[in-house]
Every structure is written in structure tokens, then in C-alpha cells.
Design a protein around this ligand. Structure first.
Ligand SMILES: [Zn+2]
Length: 237
């Protein structure tokens, strides 16, 4: 089910084709009207400003992306979007009201294709039966200052290698592994006595620079570049 309300709402009048071409919905937990589609606002305002009791009153029409379907949200008290806006599903587009031909606060929710009404109950999954419903939508997560993610590795800090690590000329597997003789003298002390520069586990390394590339984090140490993490596996700590 995909309703224009957050939390509980009721169906106060069913869809009956030509007789009533939409669902009348009343917000219980919230009066905010949310877009039910991703689309473009093609109308936002009074159906007839001179007669605020006419038709949909204040309403919003959104054309669903890539379709001929126009989604109408009628009888609003407030409109929060403008013509030309591209809205995302769940975005607040207005506040429930009783403008237009309405006897009490509700939202006339309907879908038309080239002016022809569609079965909005089928499209939305909202039951075509008076009652209280809930589509599970609880609104966006309260926004507030999000804590800065703690960096995994810090420039300037000393770490210990946990596995055999190739020392490369740059941050990536596309860079060749250095020769042992190209390491710093301290690096050579902690490398295997083979031609390629491979540091033994337990080597202390100072992080000079960090580069994140795909699944890997590379750090520069005085001797060159080593991989410090691959996916969930940390190679230094
Ligand atoms: Zn209605």
C-alpha cells in the first residue's frame, strides 16, 4: 500500500469510478500530504481562486515520471511545492484541508490518464473500503547533526602490521611491488630477505597519507604504500 499519509489514516469515501473518481482520505497521525510518486509538479494552486468552494479547492497535480499518470491531491489547506518542482516519493507537498467542494478536512486522492479517472485503489493498494489503514510509512528520520564518522586510520599515527604486506610504489595493486633495496633502512630490517619488499607481521608503520580506493584503504609509510584494509579485513591495527 502506498498512501499520501504518514502513519494511520482512514478511508472516508471509496472510489466509485464516475460517481466518485478518487479516494477520500483523512489523516489520523499526521495531516501532512506526501507525494506517492517520483514526478513533476504540473499544477499547484487553486482550482478557482474566486470560488474557494469549487472543485478540488487548493490542489497539487503530479505527473509520475515516465508515465501519463497524473496524481491529484485535493482540498489542501497549504501547498508546499511549486509548478515545475521535481518531487520524490514521500516528500511533503502540502497539508490536508477542506478547500473546494468539501464538507470536512480530507484529501481527495485520484489518478487520471489524459483526464480519464483510473482505479486509484488498485494503483495505490489502499483498500476500497471505509476503515483505518497504515502503509507503514513513518516519515523521514529526524534530521539533526550527524556525528562525524571516525576515521579508521589517522595520519601521523603508528600502527602494527598484522600480515605479510607488499610495499608498493603507489596506492593500488596496479603499482609494482618495490624491491627490498628500495625500502628505508628501517623498512629493510623488517622485511623478508627476498628481492620483493614484503614487510613482516609486527612491523611498526607510521601513516603519512591515506587513500581510499574501492574496497581498499592504502596508506603511505616512509618506505612506500601498503594496503591497510581490504573489505572488512584490517591488515594493520
Ligand atoms: Zn473525494
Amino acid at each position: 500500500m502506498n498512501a499520501p499519509y504518514m502513519g494511520k489514516f482512514s478511508v472516508s469515501q471509496t472510489y466509485q469510478g464516475a460517481k466518485h473518481d478518487g479516494l477520500d482520505l483523512v489523516g489520523i497521525d499526521s495531516k501532512e500530504i506526501h507525494s506517492t510518486v517520483n514526478g513533476k509538479v504540473v499544477f499547484a494552486g487553486w482550482e478557482n481562486e474566486k470560488d474557494p468552494k469549487q472543485g478540488f479547492g487548493k490542489y497539487v497535480k503530479i505527473m509520475k515520471d515516465g508515465t501519463d499518470e497524473g496524481y491529484y491531491f485535493g482540498h489542501l489547506s497549504e501547498i508546499k511545492v511549486g509548478v515545475g518542482d521535481h518531487v520524490k516519493m514521500t516528500q511533503v507537498i502540502g497539508i490536508q484541508g477542506s478547500t473546494g467542494k468539501s464538507t470536512g478536512p480530507h484529501c481527495h486522492y485520484c489518478v487520471r490518464v489524459n483526464g480519464k479517472y483510473q482505479d486509484v485503489s488498485k494503483i495505490s493498494g489502499i483498500p476500497n473500503k471505509p476503515g483505518v489503514y497504515d502503509d507503514g510509512y513513518r516519515g523521514p528520520v529526524a534530521s539533526g547533526p550527524t556525528p562525524e564518522p571516525k576515521p579508521e586510520f589517522t595520519v601521523g599515527k603508528v600502527y602494527e602490521t598484522k600480515v605479510d604486506l607488499n610495499v608498493r610504489t603507489g596506492p593500488g595493486t596496479e603499482y609494482p611491488v618495490k624491491k627490498r633495496t628500495e625500502l628505508t633502512s628501517d623498512g629493510q630490517k623488517h622485511a623478508y630477505t627476498q628481492e620483493a619488499a614484503v614487510l613482516k607481521p609486527g612491523t611498526e608503520v607510521r601513516c603519512i597519507e591515506l587513500v581510499e580506493k574501492g574496497d581498499r584503504i592504502w596508506i603511505r609509510i616512509p618506505s612506500g604504500w601498503i594496503c591497510s584494509r581490504e573489505k572488512d579485513t584490517k591488515y594493520i591495527a
